[in-house]
Design a protein around this ligand. Sequence first.
Ligand code: 5GP
Length: 205
Amino acid sequence: MVDKNGNLIVISAPSGTGKTTIVKQLMLKNKNIRASVSYTTRNMRPNETNGLDYVFVTLQIFESMIIQNMFLEFANVFGHYYGTPTKETLEALNQGHTIILEIDWQGAEQIRMRRPESISIFLLPPSKEELKKRLTNRATDSSEQIELRFQEAIKDIEQYNNFDRVIVNHDIDTTCEEIMSFVNNSHTSEPAVNKKALAVIKSFI
Ligand code: 5GP
């Protein structure tokens, strides 16, 4: 069995689950935690800052970075490329930081292969209805986009079994506590998916 440690943490979740909020809160509560800043080819949203939320690059630049093997993982999500830069991530790990990768399940799969000692966590919304509500409340998306993201959420959730721990995000503080407790004790004998999480999963698939 691979000896897992809490230095590299992958957090995946369907769009609308609240993972960005959770990651921000984890960093506020734990000064040693850093979130890796991904590269992406998607357009910058009005509330985002280049270099902080993502590094926004052209398709040409992204493809040249793929060829130069500059990504620890990368994937195409909703028609755009997203990737974790190897150099920055390894540097931060070498400095002793705990690094969170907020990435999709395809990227999580690549990290599992390349860094088997990493910990992977899958976050679930509290319910189908709550996810629909959260996706709809994001005024930036059209109804087609909302439906697309909802269908994608179902596909994402089908991947739950590949993660070390599945956590239902009912409220920010409890979710952060559950994540930190698992990271600090990943050898726990508790099942990766508890009854509560299984009930949510079953309602989707
Ligand atoms: P958004 O465009 O809403 O910020 O992110 C869309 C999806 O891309 C989310 O599921 C997010 O976790 C994922 N994502 C963001 N950065 C990366 C990355 O570097 N690699 C991978 N594989 N997925 C990412």
